[in-house]
Write a protein that binds this ligand. Structure first.
Ligand SMILES: NC(=O)c1ccc[n+]([C@@H]2O[C@H](COP(=O)([O-])OP(=O)(O)OC[C@H]3O[C@@H](n4cnc5c(N)ncnc54)[C@H](OP(=O)(O)O)[C@@H]3O)[C@@H](O)[C@H]2O)c1
Length: 339
């Protein structure tokens, strides 16, 4: 029996400071009907990502804010249920941007077909998708690590950090992660093969970085900004490279926190370069070739942190800011049944 209801998580209000469940509302609407050239898609997987906090704000950014009163935005893996588009047939799996809802209609623009025999379809939201590409470009193109150098990666147990650090290991670097719990640090060293991991909530960052990075820091993949960046900057080497990937420690701040001291950047002629993954889609073929090989070789370990139920999407998303996830957090919206 086909569902008649479309569960949607509506973006209800813009947060001031920390985002909360009150910013979302769950509603049920009829499953929409398709028109010419359109298809009906059932959401199987929804990605929750830190950038969504930025979309909740009207502050100037590289893309427009999410619109109030509409389903919250987000990447999805869906299965085609009905299709008036000759390029897509019922049963096809697609990577798209249908947002926080159990059904969506639309044309085929921007969709990528997924082959479930190649890899679990949800991986296209993580290691084989945007977070993986971010890690790849940030580390290799901007960080340019050389064998024997020391690479530090923050949010090391997360979607981007876990991949960036493992690629750095492949490049022959000493790799040190920072993460928010002992459990995460155990995952980072034991399962991901980092040389060391600092629990920044427990340890003094400055002292711990001195111990873990005796030869200084050549590359810092910065996913968090704030006090971690400040502590890392004290130990950077001449010509260090810092791909500034994200500043999640700041996203929930109503007012900007005290900034890091950027003096060491000047003194060491280091480079901090902002990067936005959308500017690097030309690297997707190289990235997919390499990462697929490394996954097949077992050289890259990939872990998902699955929250079940679309109604739990707000909690799943908000949990990113409390560090609840180990690995890439995704929301399981429905079973991967055939239509
Ligand atoms: N520039 C781009 O194009 C691009 C693309 C993708 C992602 N990003 C950025 O990359 C970063 C990581 O994204 P992701 O998707 O891989 O997320 P993730 O690491 O899987 O999840 C977020 C993690 O951030 C950490 N965190 C949360 N609040 C923090 C705080 N106040 N201080 C320090 N760490 C905190 C938590 O881990 P702990 O328990 O370790 O604190 C949490 O698990 C984010 O800043 C994101 O915005 C940028």
């Amino acid at each position: 029996m086909r569902d008649t209801k479309n569960v949607q998580v509506i973006f209800k209000s813009r947060p001031e400071g920390a985002a909360g469940e009150e910013n979302f509302e769950i509603v049920e609407t009829p499953v929409p009907k398709i028109g010419d050239g359109q298809m009906l898609r059932r959401t199987i997987w929804l990605s929750v990502d830190p950038y969504m906090r930025g979309r909740m704000s009207t502050a100037k950014s590289y893309v427009p804010p999410a619109r109030l009163g509409e389903p919250m935005v987000g990447s999805t893996v869906s299965q085609v249920v009905e299709s008036n588009d000759p390029h897509f047939a019922p049963g096809d799996y697609v990577l798209g941007y249908d947002g926080w809802q159990s059904y969506a209609i639309g044309d085929g623009k921007g969709l990528r077909k997924l082959d479930p025999r190649q890899a679990p379809i949800s991986w296209s939201l993580g290691v084989l998708g945007m977070p993986g590409l971010t890690a790849y470009v940030a580390l290799l193109d901007i960080g340019q690590p050389k064998s024997g150098e020391t690479v530090v990666v923050s949010a090391a147990a997360g979607a981007v950090g876990s991949i960036a650090g493992q690629i750095a290991k492949r490049k022959g670097c000493r790799v040190v992660g920072t993460a928010g719990s002992d459990e995460k640090c155990a995952f980072v060293t034991r399962d991901l093969g980092f040389d060391a991991c600092i629990n920044y909530r427990k340890e003094d960052l400055k002292t711990a970085l001195e111990t873990a990075c005796p030869n200084g820091i050549d590359v810092y993949v910065d996913n968090v900004g704030g006090v971690t960046l400040e502590a890392v900057l004290r130990r950077i080497n001449l010509h260090a490279r810092i791909p500034l990937v994200g500043v999640i420690s700041q996203y929930n701040n109503a007012k900007p926190g005290p900034g890091p001291n950027l003096g060491p950047i000047l003194v060491n002629r280091a480079t901090i370069r902002g990067m936005i993954v959308l500017d690097h889609v030309d690297r997707m073929p190289d990235f997919l070739r390499d990462i697929s090989q490394w996954l097949r070789d077992g050289a890259i370990h990939y872990r998902e942190d699955i929250v079940v139920g679309l109604e739990n999407a707000p909690r799943a998303f908000l949990g990113l800011f409390k560090g609840e996830n180990i690995g890439k957090r995704v929301v399981k919206v429905a079973e991967e049944k055939e239509t």
